[in-house]
Design a protein around this ligand. Structure first.
Ligand code: ADP
Ligand code: MG
Length: 696
């Protein structure tokens, strides 16, 4: 193992490299671009490009690529070599400022939700200098934003950067009223990533894992996660080798990989980084997922990033830790210990409470996919209902502020915001409730609904925008007032009063909560199908427009893409299921039945009093199930072939949900029962037990 401090960031064109390799003037100009968004002149870009190229070549790179995040959920890259022919038939290595700043990939095959007619197939990528370039597999990766010829945004990075600007702007307005010395506010994010690692040979034998990322069949194994002995358990040597190399690879790429451990389900693990700026954290999470996948191959393993690879054991999520921090290093969600700091904290806290309450739908929507539908509300992950956990201490303080009463009955302590000091919050109690979808954990919020394969840009865009929106309302009020402290108290009190329904400290997995949430008027958008229409609610269209994040047209296109993804996911699953049943399971059932019937006949022909009850009972059970199996195969085939007749995307998605998905569930039930009775030698696919315990 190499020295960690030496390898860390060794493949990143980071600040240190820039300072060493760029002329001072160029370095300063680039910094102005990074921190203040000033445009980069062509001259400067040429110098930066040249330095980048020299550095990249020294590190073995031959190509460069504009690396972007289209609406596919994964990243995209097209590689060009640095070579440029000379007149005498040789080549030189060249990289211009123009190539660094702007690329023109063909955009026609990326999802655009009918934004762009195909004759305008051109798309543009533009360097995002706030995220460092890096080297991977002999290519220089340049993080870029991606948009269409006519200017519509086609990616996740552009709205993310816009939302960071929006929240920076509004938060600074508030901070100025409190007399800050900070000039900039950053969103900080740490994404805990869960994943499964299984034996590659098992993976290759399961078409459902190959095509869909999740198993479409599988009877419960004798042992699942029942004993809870995998969580934090000793890491197996093969997995440990993988994790060590993963850390090394991520460190080289400047990812702050920090924590690794076994998760609850067998074969499930987690990696968490130290938090960093939202934009970088998003890029880093994409790099982490990509590295997990490719490195697994090398170790003869397969990494499953699907939200629910196996029914009956926990699925995988991605906890999104989110906070706001000034360029002076102050975390704005740290309660602090002076009346001044407390007041500021309470204002930000109530802004978040109001934002989450008013835009529950958008938060829910930001994590909605066909895959995550299997997880949310399944008693292993937060429910589909959005609520906030604050812990009893903080909730008591808010109640006391709201009702102007004392928060400590014994000591009769009251709290005037901006004048008194809040009692210290015991740190350890803030993180107790693991069932909450959106929990305050001491000095940050932890959003636990995102699924393991999600690009975290989506929920971050929503969080940034909704909080920015409320902060702008608060700033409007506070900037006008003559009595700052009184107005502050009013805002905080009113906000708690009007939005406290979103606070829930109890068990989010319980049936009572579902009923209670309904009484409180909270949304329960059970699945993607129910969540998607919310995107175009007037209040949401206006919100995104107000902060210049999405135009109405861009929202329509994103909604279309989400609908299409939903339908396509289920479509592929249905086809895979039919293929596996018809080519693998039906023949297995027939062979096994044949063996049984032949045996029964043979026994009969012996003319001896031998028992054949076992075979007969088994054959009877199988023949009954085969009858049902045939029926469901036909039903699913019919349902799949009848698609495309729907009037619009929502109707289409509804058909996939109500008809195809449900028929798939019914078919699965029959197959899973058959798996428990058909002989193992006959069954064509590895069982859950084989897969989940495949790594020794
Ligand atoms: P747990 O498993 O208890 O939720 P972890 O330590 O695994 O906790 O993960 C916590 C995550 O929160 C880490 O990625 C950490 O860097 C991140 N985090 C801590 N402080 C902040 C902050 N101020 N802003 C954003 N993320 C943070
Ligand atoms: Mg967590």
């Amino acid at each position: 193992m190499k020295n960690v401090t030496e390898i860390f960031g060794s493949l990143v064109f980071n600040d240190k490299v820039m300072r060493e390799r760029l002329p001072q003037e160029t370095y300063k100009a680039l910094k102005r671009t990074i921190f203040h968004g000033e445009p980069l002149s062509e001259n400067i870009a040429d110098t930066v490009a040249d330095a980048m190229k020299e550095w990249a070549i020294e590190h073995g790179a031959t190509h460069y690529t504009h690396w972007f995040q289209p609406m596919t959920g994964i990243t995209a890259e097209k590689h060009d070599s640095f070579i440029s022919p000379t007149k005498d038939g040789r080549v030189i290595m060249e990289f211009t400022g123009k190539s660094l700043i702007k690329g023109e990939p063909d955009a026609s095959s990326f999802p655009c939700g009918s934004l762009r007619a195909t004759f305008e197939a051109r798309g543009y990528t533009a360097w995002d200098p706030t995220s460092y370039a890096f080297i991977k597999d002999k290519s220089l990766y340049i993080p870029t934003a991606f948009w269409s010829y006519s200017g519509e945004v086609l990616d996740k990075k552009t709205p993310l950067l816009k939302s960071m600007q929006a929240i920076n702007k509004q938060t600074m307005r508030i901070l100025r009223l409190f007399g800050t010395s900070a000039t900039n506010v950053n969103i900080t994010v740490g994404a805990e990533q869960e994943y499964f690692l299984i034996d590659r040979n098992m993976f290759r034998k399961r078409p459902d894992l190959i095509y869909c990322g999740r198993t479409l069949f599988g009877a419960k194994p004798p042992k699942g996660q029942d004993l809870d002995d995998h969580y934090f358990g000793a890491i197996k040597p093969k997995i440990s080798d993988f994790m060590c190399e993963l850390d090394e690879k991520l460190w080289e790429l400047g990812v702050f990989a920090k924590t690794k451990h076994n998760e609850v389900a067998p074969s499930q693990h987690e990696i968490a980084p130290v938090f960093t700026t939202a934009n970088t954290a998003t890029d880093h999470n994409q790099i982490t997922m990509e590295t997990l996948r490719t490195l697994a191959d090398k170790h003869n393993l397969a990494c499953l990033l699907h939200e629910k690879p196996f029914v009956g054991v926990n699925g995988s999520g991605k906890h999104l830790n989110w906070s706001m921090s000034t360029n002076k290093g102050r975390n704005l969600l740290e309660p602090g210990d002076t009346p001044e700091k407390n007041a500021q904290f309470l204002l930000f806290l109530t802004a978040i409470i109001k934002a989450v309450d008013l835009y529950q739908d958008l938060l829910r929507l930001s994590v909605s996919t066909a895959a995550n539908d299997h997880r949310l509300g399944a008693n292993e992950a937060p429910p589909a209902i959005v609520s906030i956990f604050l812990g009893n201490e903080l909730t008591d303080i808010l109640t006391a502020i709201e009702t102007k009463s004392s928060f400590n009955q014994k000591a009769k302590l009251c709290l005037e915001v901006g004048v008194d000091t809040m009692p210290k919050l015991p740190k350890d109690t803030t993180d107790r409730n693991r069932t909450s979808p959106f929990a305050f954990t001491g000095n940050k919020f932890e959003f636990r609904m995102p699924g393991s394969s999600l690009n975290i840009a989506s929920p971050i865009i929503v969080l940034n925008t909704i909080v920015a929106d409320i902060l702008s309302q608060f700033a409007d009020q506070l900037e006008k007032t003559e009595d700052f402290t009184a107005e502050l108290n009013n805002i905080i009190r009113d906000t708690i009063k009007n939005h406290k329904r979103i606070i829930f400290n109890g068990n989010n997995y319980s049936q009572e909560w579902i009923e209670e949430a309904k009484r409180r008027g909270l949304l329960n958008l059970k699945n993607t199908l129910e969540a998607l229409p919310e995107f175009k609610k007037p209040k949401n269209l206006e919100l995104f427009k107000r902060h210049n994040i999405f135009t109405e047209q861009e929202i329509s296109s994103r909604q279309e893409i989400l609908y299409a993804n939903y339908c396509k996911t289920i479509h592929i699953e249905a086809l895979t299921m039919l293929d596996m049943v018809k080519k693998g399971i039906v023949p297995a059932v027939i062979s096994f039945s044949k063996e049984l019937s032949e045996l029964i006949l043979n026994k009969k022909s012996l003319n001896m009093p031998v028992q054949d009850t076992l075979e007969k009972n088994l054959l009877d059970r199988i023949s009954q199930l085969s009858f049902k199996l045939d029926d469901k195969i036909n039903a699913l085939e019919k349902a799949v072939s009848a698609t495309n007749g729907e009037k619009n995307s929502h109707q289409s998605a509804k058909y996939y949900h109500d008809k195809i998905f449900l028929t798939m569930q019914e078919l699965r039930e029959i197959v899973d029962e058959l798996e428990t009775i058909v002989g193992k030698d006959y069954w064509p696919y590895p069982s859950y037990g084989d897969i989940l315990y495949s790594v020794s």
